[in-house]
Design a protein around this ligand. Structure first.
Ligand code: DAH
Length: 367
């Protein structure tokens, strides 16, 4: 005879019994606690909380239970799953912190370790500046001209209208060489390159000549027996002082920045007539209402001496075989070292010549 089996308690005999569910939960919790890292925990999550995990499968079975058993079984499984989810969340947090700490340790860089790196070399700032100046004139269509540092006395002086009695020819300024009968000097300026150029070519002439020059000066913060000049020379028809002024303004602005232009002060050089000293707008105060105290660089002048210039003396043109009726020229000359000091702020000329690599490293990569 059949009838309802009232003795049968399905909750206790199916896999959803309290012990089985607790066993599934405890196994899951143990696995979570044992997960060594986030990757391991990922697998544990799949095994114990994934779609095919024992608890998920048990959950699916609830629907198959007799109605009176579903509620209790549902609670049991639900609580077990919640416990597993919470344990996963907590373990994730713990392992994330651990992972981060390990990363900090493993990826630590000891910035104090010595390296095998070699300092990069750099060109000497004077070389760079000479090249830069040459380049900016080449960009105007000029050519670079050179001459020897051991120069004929005639080219260094006579051709430039520096007569035999000129003070620059005395022993005080000039390094003479022996035997004196060779009439050779270490050139005292780059101006002989002007004479060499005019003697070897025909106008139009547009040349820029950077180079070393020598004078018997004491070696101190503002003097050196060897230093550098740059000479410019133009010989063409219809050349005027205005061309000279425009060229020097451009030169100055390229070297020292916009607004740093030039002014001329009347002066005398045997090789130019008229002649002028060239001043720059003070590149520190920019010539704006300076006083002796407010600008140490120009001492309140608003201007800084830069070099010399003028219209080439017809006597020089004639000495170098150029028709001075047809052609006129202008010329200028300035110190490269001095210009470099202006740009770098170096206050002692010797910094340029001592060969300390720190000076080259700091200023040899400019431009
Ligand atoms: N040679 C001159 C010097 O050493 C500088 C100079 C002045 C050069 C005027 C020039 C010039 O070409 O026109 O002091």
């Amino acid at each position: 005879m059949s009838g309802p089996n009232t003795e049968y308690d399905p909750v206790e005999v199916t896999p959803l019994g309290a012990e089985q569910v607790a066993a599934m939960r405890d196994e899951a919790l143990a696995a979570i606690a044992a997960a060594p890292d986030l990757a391991g925990l990922k697998q544990t999550r799949l095994d114990h909380a994934g779609d095919r995990s024992p608890l998920a499968l048990a959950n699916r079975e609830i629907g198959a239970l007799p109605p009176q058993a579903r509620k209790e079984a549902g609670q049991r499984v639900g609580q077990a799953r919640a416990a597993v989810t919470q344990a996963l969340t907590e373990r994730t947090a713990v392992l994330e912190v651990a992972a981060e700490e390990r990363m900090l340790v493993e990826e630590t860089v000891d910035v104090t370790l010595p390296t095998a790196r070699r300092p990069r070399g750099s060109r000497h700032p004077i070389t760079l500046m000479s090249d830069y100046i040459a380049d900016l004139f080449v960009a105007l269509g000029w050519e670079v001209a050179e001459g020897p540092v051991l120069e004929a006395e005639w080219l260094n002086f006579d051709a430039l209208n520096l007569g035999p009695d000129h003070p620059a020819r005395t022993m005080q300024d000039t390094f003479w060489t022996e035997p004196a009968s060779d009439h050779l000097v270490l050139r005292t300026h780059t101006s002989p390159v002007q004479a060499r150029t005019m003697l070897s070519r025909t106008p139009p002439i547009y040349v820029i000549c950077p180079g070393r020059v020598f004078r018997t000066d004491e070696y101190d913060a503002t003097h050196s027996p060897m230093f550098h000049q740059v000479e410019g020379l133009v010989v063409d028809e219809g050349i005027t002082m205005a061309h000279l002024k425009g060229t020097l303004d451009h030169f100055a602005e390229q070297l020292f920045g916009d607004g740093i232009t030039t002014r001329f002060r009347p002066s005398y050089f045997p090789f130019t007539e008229p002649s002028a000293e060239v001043d720059l707008v003070c590149f520190v105060c920019r010539g704006v209402a300076p006083t002796v105290d407010s600008c140490r660089t120009c001492k309140g002048e608003g201007w800084i001496e830069w070099g010399g210039c003028g219209v080439v003396n017809p006597r020089v043109l004639a000495a170098c075989g150029i028709d001075s009726k047809r052609y006129r020229g202008f010329a200028f000359g300035m110190g490269i070292d001095r210009s470099l000091m202006f740009r770098t702020g170096a206050e002692d000329l010797r910094a340029l010549f001592e060969g300390d690599v720190r000076f080259s490293a700091a200023f040899g990569t400019e431009w």
